[in-house]
Design a protein around this ligand. Structure first.
Ligand SMILES: Nc1nc2c(c(=O)[nH]1)N[C@H]1C(S)=C(S)[C@@H](COP(=O)(O)O)O[C@H]1N2
Ligand SMILES: [Mo]
Length: 506
């Protein structure tokens, strides 16, 4: 290259500004990942995206070159690419501002898209990469301003660059330290071998309808909604786990992980729903849980006559108030250790959680549970009750249209309408569909697994005419209750109203 440079500060120092900014970006990004989205560190997600995007010949070449060390080589390769790109960004920012900043923002967006499109990505998955992009852009701007003029002392700039890189390194180390415990518990969880169930779940033939776009009957763990107050997922080593049953009982009972696994463990299929699920919302899922009846353990402790509530407590302090009677009747209210054939995932309560058919999660489904205090509703209250929610939370009769989706382009003629309906521990007797202001027409119900699970339904809309239409669904319980059209918000004990979907038929 020739020609005069506007500001000859030395290309290497400009590149160094970019690289130091990249260190800040990567470090803060990894720290953000450790706090908010453990599997979404910017370096790793960009790497995973590169692997997925790389043409097969490049993958083969990489595996050939690096053999079994190709994963490590990949991370090394990404770091080298990032080094080159960030160095170039430093030069750009010095000579063609704001293009250096733009490079960092673009890298952040690439990382965010990569993180968001990974399977099982949580809502916070984009955060680490966006933090990294913003931090990099800010750092490169500030560092380039500190580039020395030809007659100036260069040490100051080197100190700024070195300090920035050190800051990035410290943040990365803090992030790693935060993630170490989680990795260790993840390894313990992956090593758990669950005992064979004494009873296996039976999914009747005809329980799952074959309709494109319909929610699967059993929700895969990676897609199961997650709701909790835990900023950091509790890390419990099962060998140290204990459940203590105390309070209004004849005798205190404590049970360890090994003792629990030695008890009869049965599979049961239960649909878990969140009280915060809006009409038509997705805070609901069905899993095959493996666990031991809570009723049996309560029987050992012998609740006294005045007790009417069990306040379950998680290791992180969350509490739920469950009516004692619900935990003593014959339903599958369990201390669960397994979810869809695996140990509980960390974020779903590893090693042990409660699952109680018929109640919203906030009053029953305590994850990371360590304590059952037998007490009274007039003596104790739970986490969400103290924040304005109802002390009792039986699941409300509800239904949802999954297909067609809102705004989906449809062609006139026959259109399949399908979805799910639920009223856990009561059961669903019928589902009806209404088109515009027409009559309610019966949908066909799939075979229910049990009253404790949602049931799929399908309605064949035979003569859909061109134009805008509104589809509406309404369920009827096994006990004759008809789902109300009265709209209520989620506070204090769950939403009501009918799910409607507007569609355009062309
Ligand atoms: N320890 C703990 N357990 C908890 C909660 C929580 O905040 N902390 N949230 C409850 C709520 S409100 C619901 S809906 C369910 C959700 O369980 P999931 O995240 O496995 O779907 O967990 C329940 N158990
Ligand atoms: Mo919830």
């Amino acid at each position: 290259m020739s020609g005069p440079q506007p500001r000859r500060t030395g290309r290497w120092r400009e590149a160094l500004a970019g690289v130091a900014a990249a260190a800040v970006a990567a470090g803060l990004g990894e720290l953000a990942a450790a706090v908010a989205a453990p599997e979404s560190g910017p370096v790793v997600v960009v790497g995973a995206a590169l692997v997925d995007l790389a043409p097969p010949w490049a993958k083969d070449a990489a595996i050939g070159l690096f053999g079994t060390a190709d994963k490590l080589a990949l991370i090394g390769g990404i770091l080298l690419v990032l080094l080159a790109v960030s160095g170039a960004a430093g030069v750009l920012e010095a000579r063609r501002p704001p293009w250096g900043r733009v490079v960092f923002i673009a890298l952040g967006v690439v990382g965010a898209v990569a993180a968001a499109t990974r399977s099982g990505a949580g809502p916070l998955a984009v955060l680490p990469s966006l933090v990294a992009g913003a931090a990099g852009a800010l750092a490169v701007t500030l560092l380039v301003r500190r580039l020395p003029e030809p007659d100036q002392n260069r040490r100051r700039f080197l100190a700024w660059a070195g300090g920035s890189a050190a800051l990035g390194l410290l943040a990365a180390l803090a992030g790693t330290a935060l993630q170490t415990g989680r990795r260790a518990v993840q390894a313990l969880r992956d090593a758990v071998v669950l005992p064979r169930p004494t009873t296996t779940a039976i999914i009747p033939a005809g329980a799952a309808l074959d309709v494109d776009g319909l929610t699967p009957l059993i929700t895969p763990n990676a897609d199961f909604y997650r709701i909790d107050t835990a900023l950091r997922v509790p890390e419990i080593d099962p060998s140290g786990w204990r459940l203590r049953i105390h309070g209004l009982v004849a005798r205190e009972v404590t049970i360890t992980w090994d003792e629990l696994l030695a008890l009869p463990l049965a599979e049961s299929t239960t649909t878990l729903a969140c009280v915060s699920n809006e009409v038509g919302g997705s805070l609901i899922g069905t899993a095959v849980w493996l666990g031991h009846p809570i009723r049996e353990l309560l029987a050992r402790a012998e609740p006294t006559a005045e007790a009417d509530m069990v306040l379950s407590r998680s290791i992180d302090g969350f509490t739920a108030s469950t009516p004692l009677a619900v935990l003593q009747d014959d339903r599958d209210a369990i201390l669960a250790v397994g979810m869809n054939g695996e140990p509980l995932p960390l974020e779903h309560g590893f090693p042990v959680r409660m699952v109680v058919p018929g109640l919203y999660g906030y009053v029953s489904a305590t994850k990371w549970v360590t304590e059952l205090e037998v007490t009274r509703f007039d003596e104790a209250s739970a986490y969400w009750t103290d924040r304005g929610w109802s002390e009792r939370g039986p699941v409300k009769l509800s239904s949802r249209i999954d297909v067609p989706r809102r705004g989906q382009a449809l062609t006139a003629g026959r259109i399949v309408v399908a979805g799910v309906a639920w009223h856990q521990h009561v059961g669903i007797a019928a589902v009806d569909v209404q088109i515009d202001d027409g009559p309610w027409r019966p949908a066909r119900l799939a075979t229910a697994i049990s009253a404790d699970t949602w049931v799929q339904w399908r309605y064949d809309w035979a003569d859909a005419s061109a134009g805008s239409h509104t589809l509406r669904v309404r369920a009827t319980s096994a006990d004759g209750e008809v789902q109300t059209a009265v709209e209520q918000g989620v506070v204090p004990d769950g939403a009501t109203g009918l799910h409607t979907v507007d569609v355009e038929v062309g």
